[in-house]
Design a protein around this ligand. Structure first.
Ligand code: NAP
Length: 266
């Protein structure tokens, strides 16, 4: 069986380093290039922490795609760069697997149309941890019975977007089964701006940013005399890699955009 040829954007990043390791250790995958804007060396194996992992380093995505002819791009960068890379990959016949968070609804619509036009698959997953997907699904189940819910998402303090993609996705999934509702007292007033968090369809989302955290989320439901909390914790970034691996395998069989790992889990 031919190996799946992969390019990774953001290999020096916290997620990127884990992805490089995962691709290197997977027999059916081949790392054919990486995108690193710093490009202090010409090959990844010259960089600290990547001894024995050989892949040419490129600064420009377009150049990399033309020269390495990958099947899949794994993007783990930042929202603007991620969108630029994903668009470029689809225009070059390469299937993107995107872990980068912070894409807007307009971005997703544009990429959906690009996939339709090119007949290529693309997977965008705000959370690659299987446990986090189950947390979202369980929350959607609970929301049928509890329509008062608040989401508390907790991440490390280097995260660029808030609320997290996972929190937004959870709220969207809950909105599909929960009648629209403004929560809290109708006359409540914030004496300090932001105290009640972001508002998605009346649900409140609170974003905690602290060093020491990785990625955590608690979905709290309340009703008369009872609360229910559903919580997931990622304690390291390796927890995301089984989802990235599965996405690379699945994207090869797709010809549309899939948003969310839950849509490819059986
Ligand atoms: P990080 O440690 O800051 O790494 C980001 C990497 O992207 C850095 O190496 C950075 O390079 C590179 N980069 C940024 N802009 C670039 C550009 N214009 N060209 C080339 N490289 C560029 O961040 P992280 O924690 O790995 O997270 C990366 C993304 O994944 C974020 O969007 C985060 O929210 C998301 N994430 C997703 C999941 C999931 O399960 N889907 C889980 C965790 C995180 P420099 O060092 O040069 O800046």
């Amino acid at each position: 069986m031919e190996k799946i040829r992969i390019v990774i954007a953001g290999p020096r990043g916290r997620m990127g380093q884990e992805a490089v390791k995962m691709v290197h250790e997977t027999n059916s995958f081949e790392l054919v290039g990486v995108i690193d804007r710093k490009k202090e060396h010409s090959n990844l194996n010259e960089l600290e922490g990547f001894t024995g992992i050989s892949a040419p380093i490129y600064v420009e995505m377009e150049n990399c795609l033309v020269e390495t002819k990958p099947d899949v791009l794994i993007d783990l960068t930042s929202p603007e760069t991620g969108m630029f890379h994903t668009r470029l990959a689809l225009n070059h016949g390469v299937r993107p697997v995107v872990g980068t968070t912070g894409f807007s609804n307009e971005d997703l619509l544009e990429l959906e149309q690009l996939c339709e036009k090119s007949g290529l698959g693309c997977i965008i997953a705000p959370n690659f941890a299987v446990g986090a997907i189950l947390m979202m699904k369980f929350s959607q189940m609970a929301a049928k019975y509890f329509d008062d819910v608040e989401i508390i998402e907790l991440h490390h303090d280097q995260k660029l977007d808030a609320p997290s993609g996972t929190a937004i996705k959870t709220a969207d999934m809950i909105s599909k089964v929960r009648p629209s509702k403004e929560q809290g007292h109708p006359n409540e007033k914030e004496t300090h701006m932001g105290a009640r968090g972001a508002n998605i369809d009346g649900m409140r989302i609170h974003s905690v940013r602290l060093p020491g955290l990785i990625a955590h989320q608690q979905v709290m439901f309340g009703a008369d005399g009872q609360t229910l909390s559903i919580r997931h914790d990622s304690f390291n970034r390796a927890s995301f890699m089984s989802g990235v691996k599965l996405s690379v395998e699945q994207v090869m069989k797709l010809d549309v955009l899939v948003y969310g790992l839950e849509n490819i889990l059986e």
